[in-house]
Design a protein around this ligand. Sequence first.
Ligand code: PGA
Length: 252
Amino acid sequence: MRKLFVANWKMNNTRLSTKEYFRDFIPAYSQSSLRPEVEIVFAPAYPLLQTLGELIEDLPQVYLGAQNVHWLTNGAHTGEVSVAMLQELKVSRVIVGHSERRQYYGEHDKAVSLRALAAISAGMECIVCIGETTYFENQNAETESIIRGQLQASLAGLGTEHCSRLVLAYEPVWAIGSGRAATVEIISRIHLLIRTELMKMFGTQGQQVPILYGGSTNSKNIQEIISTPEVNGVLVGNASLNPAEFLQMITK
Ligand code: PGA
């Protein structure tokens, strides 16, 4: 199974700071020995896609991602972007349903599933994010039913034929940007639950869907998290904004 390291830059950086970032990242990356199963995705804000895409063009195992995409091809949808617009910029990966979109911008499961279906049908790899908002101490059943519900609703409309381009990301909202990553016990329990649900939905095809963890990952905790069973990669926010830190994470 691949190991994915997805840098979610959120609403950070400019074209200038992107160039500065890669001035540091590229020479160090080129000298590092990367495991063959590692794949790196940079998902910057839309206006940085072209610049970043040009900077990573020659870097092996590195791909360009976007932070969202609309399900329609065009039309009166102010503030949205289409699959074709992204593909024109050589974007091959896209994140949908991130908790910040769900929490602050009213993104709901139905829209998430439409976005995922449109992206995957057009040949993009789609990273669908799910995760509970509240930390439930000893209330495993509550978390599990939230995860099950989000998973089913966010993947509604997807079939076995979409599994090869589907990626799941478990991101407990309480862990995002908090400096408090979920424990490996929680991560392995929820990832196993997600794997079981994926197999119920898609049969053996559900086995090939990578499941990422996201929420306060950094160079200190990556080793433990990435080696947890059923963790096929990480979605990294804050730590991906520092080229040395991010490089340390992917080369560990
Ligand atoms: P964080 O963000 O690494 O800063 O917690 C993760 C995410 O939101 O994808």
